[in-house]
Every structure is written in structure tokens, then in C-alpha cells.
Write a protein that binds this ligand. Structure first.
Ligand code: FES
Length: 80
């Protein structure tokens, strides 16, 4: 079973249980936000650094490396 979520208007496929970060990486994206002009994506991959934060269904500050992708999620990049 898989899930499809939207990232910045683009559909992204995720395998069952896959995190948003994992699905974005699998889709070829290595960065999805900017901080002080620098691109950020996964750094620690274990929920510590907050480099991977995204907005999910209107909730900001969600760590993409911890959040399992769900069908229909709307994910947006953040700048901070
Ligand atoms: S990559 Fe560090 S918190 Fe997600």
C-alpha cells in the first residue's frame, strides 16, 4: 500500500510507513526549505536538528524525518 501527498503542489508517492523526508529523498529532492538563504533538508534524520521542518496540513514545524506520510497530506516548504 502506498500514499500520495502533495508537496508544493506536486504529487509525491510514499511507501507505507515511509516518512515525508524519505519520500522526498526518494523523489530526488535533497532540500526543501531555506534558512538564512541556505538550503536545508535532512541532516540528522532522527528528529534532533529540525533542519527538515515542513508545514503539514497547516501545522508548521513538523519534522519531515519523523512524520509518516499519509495519503492526501498537503506539505509545504518553510523558510526559517
Ligand atoms: S533531519 Fe534532523 S530533525 Fe529531521
Amino acid at each position: 500500500m502506498s500514499a500520495t501527498f502533495e508537496f508544493a503542489g506536486e504529487p509525491i508517492e510514499a511507501r507505507q510507513g515511509q516518512t515525508i523526508a524519505g519520500a522526498l529523498l526518494a523523489a530526488g529532492r535533497v532540500s526543501w526549505r531555506t534558512a538564512a538563504g541556505a538550503e536545508r533538508g535532512v541532516f540528522c534524520g532522527i528528529g534532533v536538528c529540525h533542519d527538515c521542518v515542513v508545514t503539514v496540513n497547516g501545522a508548521s514545524g513538523v519534522r519531515a524525518c519523523l512524520r509518516t506520510a499519509s495519503d492526501g497530506d498537503v506539505v509545504l516548504p518553510e523558510e526559517r
